[in-house]
Design a binder for this molecule. Sequence first.
Ligand code: BJ8
Length: 426
Amino acid sequence: MSEDYAPMWKSLGMDLDAHDALLGVLEQGYKDIYLAQKNRPEGMGYFDFVMSEVHGLRIKELLDEKKQNRKIIGSYCVFVPEEIVLAGGATLVGLCSGADFAVEDVEKHLPRNTCSLIKSSFGFKLGRVCPYLESADMIVGENTCDGKKKAYETFAGMVDNLYVMDLPQVKSGQGRALLKEEYERFKRAVEELTGNKITEAALKEAIKVVNAKRAALHRLSILRKAEPAPISGLDALLANQVFFYDNPARFTESVNKICDELEVRIKENQGVFPANTPRILISGCPMAVPNWKLPWIIETSGAVIVGEESCVGERGARNMTNDSGQSMEELMEAVTDRYFKVDCAIFTPNQERSDHIVEMAKAYGADGVIHYGLQFCQPYIMESIPVENKLESLGIPCMRIETDYGMEDAGQLKTRVEAFIEQVSD
Ligand code: BJ8
């Protein structure tokens, strides 16, 4: 990191020693996993920089925004509409939940058999090591899986600015009405927090900004359909992860730059790995920074990841919000329509998700699908069985993996992944 950010972190009430230790692990992990890759697009240099400054420069930018009276809203889920946040003149950031931290403390508040993602969100708070969380003027929790919704009851006692958004579990008329009502309530909460009345013009503009971010990621996804794949899955995952932290306009520009470069690579038939490298689609739980374990294992075992059916991936970014509405009512309907299509495993039934996995496997020319379930995540692990059955019935090999954020099972996972890759490359 180029600057001494210690005074800034201290001003946020962070535990500097614990934070230094965390950054040390993060930097080493990034070096070993990301910088050790070969044939990376030059444009990834921007993301290397973002990652090296993820708790530094980006936080300074957010604190500068706060000085200008702009509010920061943190979230843990793709159901929190960035369009409404931006329209209210605030900034949305994803909150850290991709690494184990302060596990002993966490297990005083949560049962041991809670998924790593939820435990991590508690660990970053209890350990005081997440500058995004400490900068946030509002933290949005959402009633998605049972684990999260019960955890937020406890989390409410650890922070003084938790806002809980209710979410439907069924894609019915009532479900959609609940989502719309919750987005209206959230809009009022954002207005109250920022003191800005959200206008049609502001919402329309915000929809355009967020759509542009998504369009850049779509462009990147489509380029990954090429054979040989022009970018590693690890690098593409990183772009999908940074989506949640970066300034929207800068992010869009940076992803589009990488895409320009990839188009040249494709024309010249240059792949990141040799031609005919087995192609894998990952599907399942979201992978938040710095959760790179499984993609790293896959791509150091002789395969390339060509797509992510995940909230940090296509599930989160695939649908656009219609910006053609003229009234607030029409625009809010469009926001609701867009998010109501997210096929998270908390919905029942959730046929769309397995249809989408099949569609993606075919579109990206995947030789096999690896379903990634976080241990103790009932919605995704339960769904992984019908997903596997469906894929196998269509002749698409599938392997289900259950893991956590620890490295203890890395060797065992590698053996399984290697065997799967051998199977799909026959
Ligand atoms: S829309 S996937 S981001 S809820 S891994 S905490 S489901 S027990 S993260 Fe998610 Fe929103 Fe859905 Fe996407 Fe629970 Fe499972 Fe843990 Fe999970």
